[in-house]
Ligand binder design. Structure first.
Ligand code: ADP
Length: 248
């Protein structure tokens, strides 16, 4: 595997009782890229995402992360290698502040017991790092706001901050813009661009135009298979992609 390929799949396949939700998918994600996996409903995006995050086992094929075969690895072990999926908003504790949410995620990651609350210096260290992460996602001024009081787009940013607390090398984002209006989409797009300076990102989306300006590479899935791959400009010229979307 070339050094600049961080995640690779070979012949990735998932069959459900004779139906191929994902069939023979060969992905190559380059280090430092924002790579989007898109496709119409039923294309196999979620199944693919669940295979990559190890929540589903492939029927065939192989997943390599930094050259290491992770196909049979448990999700927690994969996360420890630095390949981390974003949590759902439901994983954010509504009545904790943004700062507290990130601090809990940091504490989990570092495996310390709740005894850390007793030590001022340890607590200061966690608080400092939590503030840095909130700053990374543009939530500094909401540090003391309970999650439940935050607007939807900001909750998603908080969810990303709790994921960053896991110290990832690569992040898998599942429809980071789902359910958002234009303004929030723009904000999350800016945020993803910002964090991509430090992390490789693979995201699943169904909307081609949403990922247009953001992605270095877009892989289009239809019926479980790769239909096309390239940047937005390439794909909008591709008749098969147009048909797949118009036909959806
Ligand atoms: P997408 O996320 O692109 O909308 P999915 O990965 O959710 O697509 O689904 C791809 C296809 O696989 C769909 O036809 C779906 O009905 C089917 N599928 C997904 N999960 C299962 C399952 N657990 N059992 C049977 N079929 C499934």
């Amino acid at each position: 595997m070339a050094d600049d390929i961080i995640l690779e799949t070979n012949g990735l396949t998932k069959e459900f009782a004779g139906f191929f939700a994902v069939r023979d998918v060969n992905l190559r994600v380059r280090r430092g890229h924002i790579h989007a996996l898109i496709g119409p409903n039923g294309a196999g995006k979620t199944t693919c995402f669940n295979l990559l995050t190890k929540f589903l086992r492939p029927s065939a094929g192989q997943i390599l992360y930094n050259g290491q075969d992770i196909t049979a690895m448990a999700p927690a072990d994969v996360a420890r290698l630095g390949l981390v999926r974003s949590f759902q908003i439901s994983a954010v504790f509504p009545h904790l502040t943004a700062l507290e949410n990130v601090r809990v995620a940091l504490q989990r990651q570092h495996g310390s017991s709740f005894d850390f609350w007793r030590s001022k210096s340890v607590l200061d260290t966690y608080n400092h790092r939590a503030r840095e992460l909130l700053d990374d996602v543009g939530l500094s001024e909401f540090a003391d706001t309970p999650a439940v009081e935050m607007a939807y787009g900001r909750k998603r940013a908080l969810e990303i901050a709790t994921t960053l607390a896991l110290d990832p090398e690569m992040m898998l984002l599942d429809e980071p813009m789902a359910g958002m209006g234009h303004e929030d989409i723009d904000k999350i797009a800016t945020l993803i661009k910002r964090i991509s300076a430090k992390y490789t990102i693979l995201m699943v989306e169904h909307n081609l135009s949403v990922v247009a300006n953001l992605s270095d590479v877009i892989t289009v899935l239809t019926r479980g298979q790769v239909l096309a791959e390239g940047n937005y400009a390439d794909l909008t010229q591709d008749q098969r992609v147009k048909e797949a979307y118009l036909g959806a």
